[in-house]
Structures are given as C-alpha cells and as structure tokens.
Design a protein around this ligand. Structure first.
Ligand code: SF4
Ligand code: SF4
Length: 412
C-alpha cells in the first residue's frame, strides 16, 4: 500500500477502518506499518481523497520476457457488458500481446477436486479454513494465531495455474529457457501482489508480474472482438468461474458441511466465533476478505454485485466442471498443489518475546488505559485509547499525544 502524502488530509477515516490497527496519523498524514498491513484494501475503499494506492506491476513489466503468459482471475469475466463467451476475453488477451493464456478458473477446478481429497485426510484440524484469500491467511496469523493449524495447506489456484502454465509452455516450446517465460497474474486485489512478492514461508511464487484487473480491462476494451471466428480456448466450467464469488469455492466441494462468509467485518466475526467454539459443526470454511468475494476486490472496475450477476448468466451455459480427476489422479494430492509452512508473522498480541517483560507491559497498558478518556476519538493519531496505550508502552508515543488529557491539563 502506498500513500500520496499530498492527497492525505489526515482525516482519520482509514485509521478507524483498518482491521489490524496498521495505520497511525503522524504529522497530519496517515502512515502504514507494513508489518501489520494485510493488504485488505479497506483504506483504499474508505479514502475519499484517493490518497492510498495499491502497489502492483504494469503490463509493460512483461516486455522483458520472450514468452508472455496471462493468468486471468475468473473475476475478470464479470467486468464486461453483455459477455456471453469467455473466449472473447481469452482471445483479447492474445491480441494485447500475450503468447498464451492459462485460466486460473481451470486451476481452481483442479484445486477444488484435490480439496475434496484433502478433506478426507486423517489428522487434519477441523474446521479446515481455505488458504485461497491471502488477506485471510495474514489476518489469522496476526489476530487469530490459535487458528493457524486450521488453515488448509493447498496452494491458491493462481499459484497452481502458474506452475501448469510454465509446464505447458516448456512442452510446446522446448527452445525456451526458464528465464524466457514470464507469467502475469491479472488480479482483482493488491493482496495477491504482496503474496507474489513475499511468497509463503518456504515457497517462492511462480508468478513474475501482478497487474491490476482495471488496467487490463481498459487495454482489452479497445482490442476485444465479438467475432464468431474467435478460437475456442476456454478450459473451465461453472465450478472454476464460481470461485470469483463468495461461496464458489465451498460449493465446489459438493458437500453441504461448509460455511462461507465475505467482507472484512463478517470474516473477523466468523474467526472470533471459531476461536470461541461458537460455530456450527462444519468441515470447511471459505472466507473472502472482499464483499461478494474476489469480484469485490479494489482493483476491479465493475460493481461486485453486478459482476456476480454477469458471472451467473455466463456460467449457465457451461459444464459443471471441465477438469475432473481420473480415479488414478484421485489417489494422492501431487506436491505442486501443496505448501509446507505458513508464513510467520508476529501476532498483534505479542508485546515481547520475554514472558515477564510482556506481562509487565500488559500491566502498564492497563494502567494507561485507566488514565485515558476511553472515547477512541482518534485525535492522537492512534485508532483507539488502547492502541495509544500500547504505542506509549512500546515507546512509539507519549501521554502528551492525547488531546483530551492535554486540554484538561491546560484548563486547570
Ligand atoms: S482516509 Fe486516511 S489516507 Fe485518506 S485522507 Fe483520510 S487519513 Fe489520509
Ligand atoms: S490495506 Fe487494510 S490492513 Fe493495510 S493499512 Fe489499509 S486497511 Fe490496514
């Protein structure tokens, strides 16, 4: 996430909205603590001044590769007016300069098929929480670390698509060296760009460049044709395209023991309920940080509910899935679908690695909270009085930052 200081008025809207308390207002401007930012995009949505920008690549970043592969997220298909065939979009991607297109929806169908296997694995912790939304994975690590073991160890479809697309390129063009092949993910959200940059703990992403869906949309609009002659390229069905909207991943399990929630506040609520043991008995939980699912990402152009409706009519003419597994393939989950370790992030609740020090800090925070007015006004630049108390104990703020106490002092 990047801030345009000239546009930021320090209004505190984003401060109050950030789910991980990653923002402080300093010297009249918002500042983001990168170690706490989960790239949920909430601060972009709320800022009327358009001061927050997502950090993503550009299409021209692909020019350094000899062979360019596009990985369109299925939410891309929901951005266009009157689209009745996915092939128009895939053909358009070739027209704007890509050499090949590998649908993330195809990889999603394969991930769904292997997730059905994964859920039968002995010893996994239930309920299994989907790892597809990188915001959710980071949110769990930061705010709900006790649920880390519930996170599914399957790679997201984007990553599987990158591996399969490279394999196909090497088979079709043995003359290409690894460094000649560039893979570009067309993303609805900035979180995918951070994921690609940082990878998972022991896993380096196979994607080279992440570009914004809106940039690609505008590049495509002038180049797409609705000609009947367009080559048939799509390799996905209802299941794969369904991943673009909330509940799509869960319903693809063909099992009704699931829960699906979307929107940052709702998913935080569900995670709190899981931690407290307050949810119905389900095997699988799909959580999407964006409202309505990936179609609600901040890098899209279409209203999420309109995009959802468009995808529903597009899916009507498709097979359920174009990627079922053979009985032999169902015997085990290939390594390319799995990751070993979750990335490690410092949970927000950890004040110090020394237990005694941590307890002393906690006690100091409680004392400070009792002194602060408790109205969470945000005037000090912290999102709440508790957050200011924590900042003071960590040495990042002082009691003088509280405007209310300062006013009271002056009026004595
Ligand atoms: S919402 Fe945040 S980034 Fe936007 S103007 Fe207000 S303080 Fe600045
Ligand atoms: S992207 Fe989300 S987590 Fe990061 S600073 Fe903005 S609101 Fe906070």
């Amino acid at each position: 996430m990047r801030l345009d200081v000239n546009r930021c008025t320090g209004c505190t809207n984003c401060l109050r909205r950030c789910p991980t308390e990653a923002i402080r207002i300093t010297d009249g401007h918002a500042q983001i603590d990168d170690s706490r930012c989960i790239d949920c995009g909430e601060c972009i949505r709320i800022c009327d001044n358009k001061a927050k920008k997502a950090v993503v690549g550009k299409l021209k970043d692909m020019e350094r590769f000899r062979y360019k592969i596009a990985l369109p997220a299925p939410s891309l298909y929901g951005q266009f007016e009157n689209l009745d065939d996915v092939d128009y979009v895939l053909d358009g991607l070739l027209r704007i300069g890509f050499d090949d297109v590998f649908e993330v929806a195809k990889a999603a169908e394969l991930v769904s098929a292997y997730t059905r296997q994964y859920l039968k694995t002995e010893g996994i912790k239930h309920p299994v929480i989907s790892s597809a939304c990188p915001v959710v994975v980071r949110l769990i690590a930061l705010r709900f670390p006790s649920l880390n073991d519930n996170v599914m160890h399957m790679l997201p479809p984007m990553e599987v698509a990158a591996t399969l697309a490279r394999q196909r390129a090497k088979e079709q063009h043995p003359e290409l060296a690894d460094e000649d092949i560039g893979v570009c993910f067309i993303s609805p959200c900035p979180a995918k760009a951070s994921y690609v940059k940082n990878g998972f703990a022991d896993y380096k992403s196979g994607v080279d460049v992440v570009v914004s869906m809106s940039d690609v949309y505008f590049a495509l609009i002038g180049k797409m044709t609705r000609d009947d002659e367009v080559m048939s390229m799509t390799e996905s069905g209802m299941v794969g395209i369904g991943w673009a909207t909330s509940g799509g991943e869960a319903t693809a399990l063909f099992n009704d023991e699931y829960l699906a929630a979307d929107g940052i506040e709702n998913i935080i609520n569900v995670l709190e309920q899981i931690e407290n043991g307050n949810i119905p008995k389900v095997k699988f939980i799909e959580l999407d940080a964006c409202t309505a699912g990936c179609v609600g990402g901040v890098l899209t152009v279409q209203n999420p509910y309109i995009a959802k409706t468009k995808l529903q009519s597009l899916r009507r003419y498709l097979p359920v899935s174009a990627n079922f597994l053979s009985p032999e393939e169902q015997e085990y989950i290939p390594g390319l679908y799995l990751f070993d370790e979750l990335p490690t992030y410092e949970p927000m609740t950890v004040l110090s690695h020394n237990m005694a020090k941590s307890m002393r800090m906690m006690a100091d925070i409680q004392k400070l909270r009792a002194m602060l007015p408790g109205i969470d006004c945000g005037a000090c630049g912290a999102p709440s009085c508790r957050a200011l108390a924590e900042d003071i104990v960590k040495g990042n703020a002082s009691l003088e930052d509280c405007r209310i106490l300062e006013k009271r002092r002056r009026s004595k």
